[in-house]
Design a protein around this ligand. Structure first.
Ligand code: F0G
Length: 416
């Protein structure tokens, strides 16, 4: 195992925290992947033993090689893959929803965190840190607590959901609220990491992205090793699409898939620098001042751009932006189906609908989309949507009644 520059292939040792090559370019983990068979991973399904009971460490041969006693796992993963006819009707095409909101802290970040925090422990880091729109901070705080490490998180003041802030407070991280946006918080954590030697757990950290590869691997296994034609996912800091790209490359190399699915990244229209760069033929990233109701992906200067555009090129995929209204309607539909997700996660369904309508996704194709966060991560947005005046497409307004049977009869009249 080594760290490798994605620009020029230079190798570096893996047993320190290094976040950039000599020119400031991104690094990835270069693994020595042995011959693997799907049978090995199938045998481990349902294991009660650590670490294989984790939906990340089940694929240990495709993960960084740490000793057992360094591994910090809850365990994570083992999330549902929803596939039902009524969900296909919502999307207009056969669709599988991989629900990463079912992880221990309610988002896909836990898959990355088990590997990132294990690396931190392996190299003897003393304090871990991140900048976050809320999910990474909750996950860092929780995994650091499990590992017995102090954590410091930087969040944009007033721009993360109350539930995510509450979670992070409860798990005991030192929380620094930065006056500014996520991109300002990211700049602060980088300075703090340099200044105090903090171990950084943002998706710049190549070990974190290794864990996130398992979202695709586990979905593939749940589909009995049949690859989908498309993978559609929301994009913010672009770590997850970078991890997905690495998973696809390695799965192809290991013979777990025979062809790369196409990857589509969906951004919120007010926070869409990656979609804009795609439209310009990936001539470089122009940061934007980000605005969207989906606070998780309100990011104007994604740090993983250099990895992410390669994934779109390699898979002949695409990047698109959807309006907040499309995203909120898609979220309300996923919620009402009894599954639920946070706003950013619904970008996937909103994007699929658009691509099916435009004929880009063919009616006969199979689509995997990643629900990145749990419904309960952002209850304020749920309440705002359903109580809005005038009502939204799927408004479900609670009714208030006096304690009388007449009032009850009236409230029940359209239910029965
Ligand atoms: N969906 C959710 C629910 C997220 O929390 C994030 C990112 C994304 C999608 C986008 O993933 O950044 O890898 O492109 N949240 C980060 C955080 C930035 O701090 O929690 P990405």
């Amino acid at each position: 195992m080594k760290l490798r520059s994605i620009e020029h292939g230079t190798l570096y040792p893996p047993d320190t925290q290094q976040l950039a090559d000599d020119n400031g370019g991104l690094l990835e983990v270069a693994l020595d992947i042995p011959d693997v068979s799907t049978g090995l991973f199938d045998e481990r399904l349902g294991s009660l033993d650590a670490p294989y009971r984790s939906g990340v460490w089940r694929y240990r041969e495709l993960m960084p090689d740490f000793p057992d006693d360094a591994i910090v796992s809850k365990p994570e993963g083992n999330t549902n893959l929803y596939h039902e006819a009524r969900l296909d009707d919502l999307a207009g095409v056969e669709v599988w929803f991989k629900h990463e909101g079912e992880n221990p802290t309610g988002s896909f970040k836990d898959r990355g965190m088990t590997v990132g925090v294990s690396h931190a422990r392996w190299i003897g880091a003393s304090v871990v840190a991140c900048a976050s729109t809320g999910n990474t901070s909750a996950s860092v705080a929780s995994y650091a607590a499990s590992a017995g490490l102090p954590s410091v998180v930087f969040v944009p003041e007033g721009k993360i959901s109350a539930a995510k802030l509450a979670q992070t407070i409860a798990y005991g991280a030192r929380i620094i609220q930065v006056r500014g946006d996520f991109d300002a918080a990211m700049a602060m954590v980088r300075s703090a990491a340099d200044r105090y030697g903090l171990y950084l757990l943002n998706s710049l950290n190549p070990f974190r992205l290794e864990g996130q590869k398992s979202i695709f691997l586990e979905a593939l296994q749940q589909r009995r090793w049949q690859a989908p034609d498309w993978v559609v996912l929301p994009g913010g800091n672009l770590g997850n699409v970078s991890a997905l790209g690495k998973a696809l490359r390695e799965a192809l190399h290991a013979g777990l898939i025979v062809e790369m699915p196409k990857v589509a990244v969906v951004q919120a229209a007010g926070s869409a620098p990656f979609a804009a760069a795609f439209e310009r033929g990936f001539d470089g990233l122009e940061p934007v001042s980000a605005q969207t109701v989906a606070s998780a992906i309100q990011i104007g200067a994604p740090v993983n751009y250099a990895k992410a555009w390669r994934v779109i090129r390699e898979t002949e995929g695409l990047v698109l932006a959807v309006a907040d209204s499309e995203l909120l309607d898609a979220k309300a539909e996923i919620d009402r189906a009894g599954i639920g997700c946070e706003p950013a996660s619904a970008a996937g369904l909103a994007g699929i609908r658009r691509l099916v309508n435009e004929g880009v996704i063919d009616a006969g194709e199979r689509v995997l989309t990643i629900l990145t966060g749990n419904l309960m991560k952002d209850s304020d947005t749920v309440i705002d949507y359903h109580l809005a005046d005038p009502p939204q497409a799927l408004s479900n307004r609670p009714v208030v009644i006096d304690s009388s049977l007449d009032a009850l009869d009236e409230a029940m009249s359209d239910v029965l």
